[in-house]
Every structure is written in structure tokens, then in C-alpha cells.
Design a protein around this ligand. Structure first.
Ligand SMILES: *Cc1c(COP(=O)(O)O)cnc(C)c1O
Length: 433
């Protein structure tokens, strides 16, 4: 008989209670697609007509987003390709709270419109008391664009040649600044810039002096840069892009600038990312002089760079809430990491795997602190497990080094260890077959 005549009708399959439930959760088109694909398999003789519902169920995505939650075991704390900072449970909860209708821009007492995102702004101002005023935009790149547009369009931004940074994926800060209509006035050389270099070019045409933290590279040897404190006497605003969003000094990262210290040194405006060392959602933080921040906040472009309520909720929870996963990873005790790695390796060995706890080095990542190496411990496994682990559920991403797959413990919290063992054993089982 023609197999096409035996294919169950779409409506009939969709009436299966399990698929009906999935349609409520994931949306009917997604479920219908899966049914259509299963029907196709019947026509091709791959499955029996009675198995269409089962096959459609098995092929359904788990979530309505195609994004997958990944276990980052790369040893890179802020991995841009893996979404940078993982949010704290408090921030995740805040996102859920704000997801529906919420008073993001409404005063529940008076019933009138209120300043958007005041909770996040208050939390940021409280975290950095040295800032007169704060504002939050989409990301640090947006903060720079807003500052350049509002304070230097048609005028000059003075910047050291040693600070013309490419952020990543081909995007360069100088190009970003020029795109606003500001002109760059480069001073000094790649390795050395002096106060006299700045003084020579600053004048009525200057919008501001910009210092950019070289957050993803290091220059060593015959070098020299001018400190923020020395630039404040030039008579023009000093804007400092600190990059990572560290709000106060961290003794582990002595060369990483923080907002409080830079403001104390006399910066008029500081820009930073929310999803690097601050450990929050993607956001651009602007902190500093009240008049400057207010000009930025009232500029028409500010509306185009405005952040979503979910971001504001997550940022506030990050600032007020418990220690972030990024900070926990940064300050994790190597002795504890060793104990965990040994326990993991032992469990994997007992299952017949060639596993070992080995010393490793973790890094902060493109998000900051270049050159800082954090002593860490990894589980070393046969390289052949890299692909099945990456394609498993949940995907586990490690790094391959010297013919071994290393799973670095510093970038995952201890409560995920059992999941790691489980994922490794399943990946091994799949490759062994
Ligand atoms: C990361 C970084 C940026 C870009 O920040 P986004 O939040 O990704 O837009 C800009 N400047 C510096 C110094 C950085 O480190």
C-alpha cells in the first residue's frame, strides 16, 4: 500500500495530550513543524505510522528559545561567546519578577509617571558613592557613543595612540567614536604618551579627553601613560572607559581600574560594562558629574540606547544582591578546586574512564585583566570526549590542550559537579558505542 495513505492526519496527531501541552508551552507552530517532520519520516519509511506522535515529541525543542544553557568549563571566566557573566540566582529571579507588567516607569503611590529604572540607578549610586549621578544604557559601547555624541560631536576627542583598542569581532573604539561625528585627536605613541602630548592639543575645539583601559592586551617594556589624576588640570572633561565594570578595587586584580578610584582621581565621567567583572547583565554604566550625566540622559540618542526592564531588574539585583558567580569564580580557593577535581576524576575513573585532576590556569577573559593567570584545577580527559560533551545535554565546553580535554573547575559552581560527572559518563557511553 502507498505509505502516504497511512500517514496519520496532522490534526489527529496534534490532539495527543502530550503534544497539546507542548503547544501551550512552546507555541503551536513549533509543535506542528515537529509533527510534519515526523510524518515525512513515515513517508520515507523510517518510522511506523503509529510512532508519529512519539517521534514528534522526541524532536521537540526543550525550550521556546534556541539558546542552550551551557556549562562553561573553559577556564575563561568571562567568555564573550558564552554570554559573558552568568547571572546570580537573585538576578535571574529579578528578571522573572519584572517580566510581566511592572512599575519600571510608574509611581504606585501617586499614580504618576516616574523616572525609568530608578531602582537600578539608586543601587548603582549607592555602590559608588563617589558618583554624583548615574545613567544606564545598552552596553559600554553605547555609553561611549552617547558621551561622544552629546559632548564632542563636531569637536575633538583627545586620545592616546596606546589606547586605540579593538574590542572584539572587528569592532574598534576609534571607529565607534568617529561614527558619532566627533574627530579623534590622537596623541603620543603606541608605547608612550606624556602629559605634554595632551597639553599640546587641548583647546577650545576639545570635547573631552578620553582614557580607554587596555582591557584585552598588555604592552610591556619601554612604556608610559598618563594617569587620570594628571589629566584633570587640562580644563576639559576627562572621560574614562574602565571596561570591566569593577566598582571598587579588587586586590586580586591590582591593575584593573575601578570606578570609585577613577572618580576619586578626578575623572568627570566613567563608562563601564555591566556583564564583565561586575557580574551582571549586558549594560553600559555611566557615572560621574551630575551636569554631564544629565546632559547624556536628556540627549535624544539616550532613548535609542535605553535598556529593557529585564536588564534594569537584573542589574539592580546584581548590585544589591549576594556575591555574583563571577566574583565567586574569581575568588575560588585553589585547594577547594583541587578537592573537587579529585572527587570528579575519581568518580569518572570508577566508571572506567581515563580521568585525572591536573593543575590549570584560568583567565578573566576578554572582559578584563589581561595577563592575570588564576591558579586553577581541571579534570583531564581523553580528547575524544570534547565533541560529544559539547553536543550533550547540557552542553559542556572545556578546552583541548596537549591532546587532552581539560574541564576547568573554576568557572562552574560546586553544586553543578554531579551534573558534570553525569554529562561525562553519558558522553563516554555515546562514543564507546
Ligand atoms: C569590553 C569593553 C568595551 C565594550 O563594552 P561592551 O559592554 O561590550 O559594549 C569598551 N571598552 C573597553 C575598555 C572594554 O573592555
Amino acid at each position: 500500500m502507498d505509505p502516504r495513505r497511512r500517514v496519520p492526519r496532522t490534526d489527529a496527531v496534534l490532539a495527543d495530550p502530550r503534544l497539546a501541552e507542548a503547544a501551550v508551552r512552546l507555541g503551536r507552530p513549533v509543535v506542528k513543524d515537529a509533527v510534519v517532520r515526523a510524518q515525512q519520516r513515515v513517508r520515507q519509511g523510517e518510522i511506523e505510522p503509529g510512532d508519529v506522535a512519539e517521534a514528534a515529541l522526541a524532536a521537540l525543542p526543550r525550550h521556546a528559545t534556541s539558546l542552550r544553557p551551557v556549562l562553561n568549563m573553559t577556564g575563561v571566566l568571562l567568555h564573550t561567546n558564552l554570554g559573558r557573566a552568568p547571572l546570580s540566582p537573585a538576578a535571574v529571579e529579578a528578571v522573572t519578577v519584572a517580566a510581566g507588567a511592572t512599575d519600571v516607569e510608574f509611581d504606585l503611590v501617586t499614580g504618576a509617571r516616574a523616572r525609568r529604572g530608578r531602582g537600578a540607578a539608586e543601587a548603582l549610586a549607592r555602590a559608588v558613592p563617589g558618583a554624583e549621578h548615574v545613567h544606564v544604557v545598552n552596553n559600554n559601547a553605547a555609553a561611549l557613543v552617547l558621551a561622544a555624541t552629546a559632548l564632542a560631536a563636531g569637536r575633538e576627542i583627545v586620545i592616546s595612540r596606546g589606547e586605540l583598542v579593538e574590542i572584539g569581532d572587528g569592532f574598534r573604539i576609534p571607529d565607534l567614536l568617529v561614527s558619532t561625528g566627533a574627530r579623534l585627536r590622537e596623541v603620543g605613541t603606541t608605547n608612550r604618551t606624556t602629559l605634554a602630548d595632551y597639553r599640546e592639543v587641548v583647546g577650545p575645539q576639545t570635547g573631552f579627553v578620553l582614557k580607554v583601559h587596555p582591557s584585552n592586551f598588555r604592552v610591556e617594556g619601554f612604556t608610559g601613560a598618563v594617569e587620570v589624576g594628571e589629566l584633570t588640570g587640562l580644563g576639559v572633561p576627562v572621560v574614562v572607559d574602565i571596561g570591566s565594570g569593577l566598582l571598587e578595587r579588587d586586590p586580586l586584580l591590582p591593575e584593573e581600574p575601578d570606578a570609585a578610584s577613577v572618580l576619586r582621581a578626578g575623572a568627570d565621567l566613567v563608562t563601564a560594562s555591566g556583564d564583565k567583572l561586575l557580574g551582571g547583565p549586558q549594560a553600559g554604566l555611566l557615572l560621574g558629574r551630575r551636569d554631564l550625566v544629565e546632559r547624556l540622559r536628556r540627549h535624544p540618542l539616550a532613548r535609542a540606547l535605553r535598556v529593557d526592564k529585564l536588564t534594569l531588574a537584573a542589574l539592580e539585583a546584581t548590585l544589591r544582591g549576594p556575591e555574583t558567580p563571577v566574583r565567586q569564580a574569581l575568588h575560588a580557593d585553589p585547594l577547594v578546586l583541587r578537592e573537587r577535581a579529585e572527587a570528579l576524576a575519581k568518580a569518572m575513573c570508577q566508571a572506567g574512564l581515563d580521568a585525572d585532576a591536573v593543575p590549570a590556569e584560568a583567565t578573566v577573559g576578554g572582559g578584563g585583566a589581561p595577563g592575570v593567570r588564576l591558579p586553577s584545577v581541571a579534570v583531564s580527559l581523553p580528547e575524544r570526549l570534547a565533541v560529544p560533551l559539547r553536543q550533550g545535554e547540557p552542553p559542556v565546553v572545556g578546552r583541548v590542550e596537549g591532546g587532552r580535554l581539560l574541564l576547568d573547575l573554576r568557572t562552574v559552581p560546586p553544586e553543578r559537579d554531579a551534573e558534570v560527572i553525569d554529562a561525562v559518563l553519558r558522553a563516554n557511553h555515546r562514543t564507546a558505542r
